[in-house]
Design a protein around this ligand. Sequence first.
Ligand SMILES: NC(=O)C1=CN([C@@H]2O[C@H](COP(=O)(O)OP(=O)(O)OC[C@H]3O[C@@H](n4cnc5c(N)ncnc54)[C@H](OP(=O)(O)O)[C@@H]3O)[C@@H](O)[C@H]2O)C=CC1
Ligand SMILES: CC(C)=CCC[C@@H](C)[C@H]1CC[C@H]2C3=C(CC[C@]12C)[C@@]1(C)CCC(=O)C[C@@H]1CC3
Length: 369
Amino acid sequence: MATRLRAGRHEVDPALVNILGRKADFSEAGAGRSCTVIGGSGFLGQHMVEQLLAKGYSVNVFDIHKRFESDQVTFFLGDLCDKEALLPALRGVAVVFHCASPAPASDNRELFYRVNFTGTKAVIEACREAGVQKLVLTSSASVVFEGTDIKNGSEDLPYAQKPIDYYTETKILQEKEVLSANDPDNNFFTTAIRPHGIFGPRDPQLVPILVQAARSGKMKFIIGDGKNLVDFTYVENVVHGHILAAEKLHKGSALCGKAFHITNDEPIPFWTFMSRILTGLDYDPPKYHIPYWLAYYLALLLSLLLALLRPLVTIKATFTPMRVALAGTFHYYSCERAKRAMGYSPVVSLDEAIARTVQSYPGLRRARA
Ligand SMILES: NC(=O)C1=CN([C@@H]2O[C@H](COP(=O)(O)OP(=O)(O)OC[C@H]3O[C@@H](n4cnc5c(N)ncnc54)[C@H](OP(=O)(O)O)[C@@H]3O)[C@@H](O)[C@H]2O)C=CC1
Ligand SMILES: CC(C)=CCC[C@@H](C)[C@H]1CC[C@H]2C3=C(CC[C@]12C)[C@@]1(C)CCC(=O)C[C@@H]1CC3
């Protein structure tokens, strides 16, 4: 069962919910501006909640954890795999944003499958049962990435036949489920947003991992010639894409049952981006080059060695073939489809985004002697 944690500004009498079958919408902006953010306690989820509130939406958060306080939000705690737990959080809302997933760094295959695949099926069923009209999934551009160069890739690229990890494999299954659930006859519309390399304030992954690597002396080498372009997308642009998608998703719109890349539309060499974050926080940027294939085979050798030793020692490598591929190949995507179908364009430039991000991590700045 989900636990309702707080009666927020938009809470209504449960008796009224029962009579009307849906929660009344009290926002200034009118009908359709009530939503639930599944995964609303996470990095992207919290930014979603902030911008939705600013735009006058009434917001429910459904998450396995509660990580912030707000008297404007109604919180529901539970596991998204449990349809019965989801239902109270979805009744009466017009839009559901599904941005929950186990962290990509996890190696728990069973968890990825359970949450991203079977859990997403529970979300779809719960949406239908609760009378939700729109479901916006946070997918990932990596659903088409196989570890080799992608330059200005469009959404027409086929799903990866050999996804780079189990997280991505289950993101593919999840996206397929959501897109095929689009059902105009029953007034249920679905779409998927595919962001890439989300970064920004409060991100627990990219900047902290990078700083940890720099502090332990692992950020000395540039893999390859350092010219490989990659998309890094500021979190507020990702949120903007999600909200636009929800607003443009309706019967007969080009969004129904389709996926959309959302990026900063400013691909940047991977190592330039890393160096700008590092120097912004007073760390030295990497300066020695190591050939891509040498790095790749070294990482492969290391992972084979660790697999052989696994019965005796369990060490989690940071230098993995998957990370080498992410750091040494081109992978940037066209967001033309989102521009055309929903009028998307980034609201924060990459320069501004990097500056805001660096400024937001005073605790990770290098201590000067
Ligand atoms: N960050 C990135 O660069 C990219 C992210 N994405 C996608 O964006 C989405 C959001 O990512 P991000 O904000 O970084 O991730 P976070 O891990 O920060 O947020 C996900 C949230 O979902 C929660 N959650 C996990 N499992 C469940 C469950 N079974 N039931 C309810 N809640 C659950 C998490 O809780 P807990 O922390 O306890 O697990 C967390 O609060 C994900 O779908 C991810 O795949 C796509 C492309 C790039
Ligand atoms: C676009 C996208 C998916 C971004 C994710 C960023 C991460 C892949 C990087 C953040 C820190 C990076 C890192 C390495 C590879 C890429 C990251 C994990 C190394 C493992 C590369 C090899 C090394 O010498 C150590 C690096 C540590 C940090």
